[in-house]
Design a protein around this ligand. Structure first.
Ligand code: FAD
Ligand code: SIN
Length: 533
């Protein structure tokens, strides 16, 4: 058993930002970060477009960024949180630069500012088309310079420990549920360890793997959300799954798809259907740079109308040098599969990309469970509402990591370590006989979510999805009770929980708003509400 004052789950931008700040504040304390894969295998690493932040006060303003965020969020953003993130963002970006992150500059030394859907101004700072890779690199290098931080890799957190593990009945109605630490599967030894902590931060990222095709890497299985739901904490607005309009289409695509950043459209890329028509003019006056929910739905509708599996992104009119300077990685990737962007259009299709809902927090990142914070993509802070504005996610993660740190920093002395926490009980379990049962169930889950809970939904589809998820849940619980733990099984269980939460949220929301589009309720309800489960 280990114990630490400050425990962090996740080594993406949210977890590392929080942990670094804590480590710098308490040089005499050891800050422990757990991560289920290699340290850099995170959604953060794959971020392309950049960070939306106001830094050109001549042409841009906080008010404009706030307004763009509110418009994209379609009436459901928490205005106070939007203001906090937009106004505190520049300081957080400055800190990241001080830790070593490099963003592209013009010849005069000003930052190059990109544009993406829903933004009224150029305000996206970036590192070519690999911004997340650069941010993750800088953070991990800063961590390596910090002597009092430890990242335990390939440590898979199974559950947070609460009063439930001490034998008390814990329900949604229990006041003051407390987090005492976590049970974690050490993948190297295959043993379950318990780690006690005074304060735990969940920074476990997204859940794109619930769908057949996603821009997210395989780690994005919604573990933090599922853990908090099992612990009877509050989860919010899970129905708002953002589909990125332009993942690179490759025949038979499934799993992680390569992203073609929205910044390509910001620089002038044009979406065309199979007849070559620039169809976005028919859907929205902002055309290719409308907010993501609108563009993804338009593409979905064009694909259905024309019976195709993708549309095209036309970049043939770009000056090749300019394209390769801003998007070298995309250029190379396209070339590697025989697409020369100067001569060929890029086949693109929507893919699950971002979870706008998640663990409900207050404006300091506190979850509904005491001593448990959440930040980054696993959280629901109120910033995104019904649809996240492009490139607001990395910004939110930094701002809320800082807020969690600010709130947690002085609380540790008021919290005692829990005692009498039992060891993990693995009695009565055997090695799984057939791993194929787990992989087949995962495929089924992804199929169900993609077919019935995608960009366009209706009540019958949602009911179907729920019935199928119920069955998958029952079968997976039987496996969980009877077999020894494996990461595949734990992830499957979490993904089914996340799928259930998405469908449940979607069933409760009797309207079409932002990313949730239900053809049975085409308009918006007058009742503007968050769905809390
Ligand atoms: P992540 O970076 O995903 O980190 C999650 C961490 O939690 C990982 O270390 C993982 O191993 C760990 N973890 C998860 N479960 C467990 C467990 N059970 N036990 C132990 N560890 C666990 N946003 C923008 O603002 N701008 C962009 O340009 C942009 N581009 C994007 C492009 C792509 C292809 C993708 C996928 C996303 C993009 N996003 C972008 C979104 C943004 O990258 C993510 O929302 C953000 O990086 C999430 O950071 P995070 O720290 O919350 O989670
Ligand atoms: C992109 O680069 O298009 C992704 C940006 C984001 O998800 O915010």
């Amino acid at each position: 058993m280990q114990q630490t004052d400050f425990l962090v789950i996740g080594s993406g931008i949210a977890g590392l930002t929080y942990a670094l700040k804590m480590a710098q504040y308490y040089p005499d304390k050891n800050i422990l970060v757990l991560t289920k894969a290699a340290a850099d295998e995170t959604n953060t690493k794959y971020a392309q477009g950049g960070v939306a932040v106001v830094n050109d006060m001549e042409n841009d303003s906080f008010e404009k960024h706030i307004e763009d965020t509110l418009i994209a969020g379609d009436g459901l953003c928490n205005e106070k949180v939007v203001e906090i993130v937009v106004k505190e963002g520049p300081d957080r970006v400055r800190e990241l630069i001080e830790w070593g992150a490099r963003f592209d500059k013009e010849k005069d030394g000003d930052y190059k500012l990109g544009k993406e859907g829903g933004h009224s101004e150029h305000r996206i700072i970036h590192h070519k088309d690999v911004t997340g890779w650069e941010m993750e690199r800088a953070l991990l290098e800063a961590v390596s310079r910090q002597k009092n931080m430890e990242i335990l890799k390939h440590y898979f957190v199974i559950d947070i420990i609460t009063q439930h593990h001490l034998g008390y009945l814990v329900t949604k109605a229990t006041p003051d549920i407390e987090c005492y630490g976590v049970y974690v599967l050490n993948s190297q030894t295959n043993q379950v360890e318990k780690i006690l902590a005074k304060i735990t931060v969940l920074a476990t990222g997204g859940n794109g793997q619930a769908y057949r095709t996603t821009t997210n890497p395989s780690i994005a299985t919604g573990d933090g959300v599922a853990m908090v739901y099992r612990a009877k904490g509050r989860i919010e607005n899970m129905e708002f799954i953002q589909f990125h309009p332009t993942a690179l289409y490759e025949p038979g695509m499934k799993g992680q798809a390569f992203l073609i950043t929205e910044a390509v459209r910001g620089d002038g890329g044009i979406l065309r259907n199979k007849d070559g028509e620039a169809f976005m003019t028919r859907y929205d006056e902002r055309k290719d740079l409308a907010p993501r929910d609108i563009v993804a739905r338009a593409i979905d509708s064009e694909m259905k109308r024309t019976g195709t599996e993708h549309v095209w992104l036309d970049c043939r009119h770009f000056e090749k040098e300019k394209f390769t300077e801003h998007f070298p990685n995309i250029y190379e990737k396209c070339l590697s599969i025989g697409i020369d962007i100067a001569r060929n259009m890029i086949p693109v299709a929507p893919a699950a990309h971002y979870s706008c809902g998640g663990i409900k927090t207050d404006e300091w990142g506190r979850s509904s469970i005491r001593n448990l914070y959440a930040c980054g993509e696993c959280s629901s802070t109120g910033l995104h509402g019904a649809n996240r504005l492009a490139s607001n996610s990395l910004l939110e993660a930094m701002v809320f990591a800082h807020r969690c740190y600010t709130d947690a920093v002085n609380r540790k002395d008021a919290i005692a370590f829990a005692d009498r926490i039992p060891d993990w009980n693995a009695q009565g379990t055997n090695e799984p006989k057939e791993m194929i049962l787990i992989t087949q169930s995962l495929k089924e889950l992804q199929q169900v979510m993609s077919d019935y809970v995608g960009i366009v939904r209706n009540d019958i589809r949602l009911q179907r999805a729920m019935r199928r998820l119920d069955l998958l849940w029952e079968e997976t619980e039987q496996l969980y009770e009877s077999t020894s733990l494996s990461i595949q099984l734990l992830e499957l269980r979490n993904l089914i929980t996340v799928g259930y939460l998405i469908v449940k949220g979607a069933m409760f929301r009797k309207e079409s708003r932002g990313l949730h589009y239900n053809t049975d309720y085409k308009g918006k309800s007058e009742l503007v509400q968050n769905i809390v489960l």
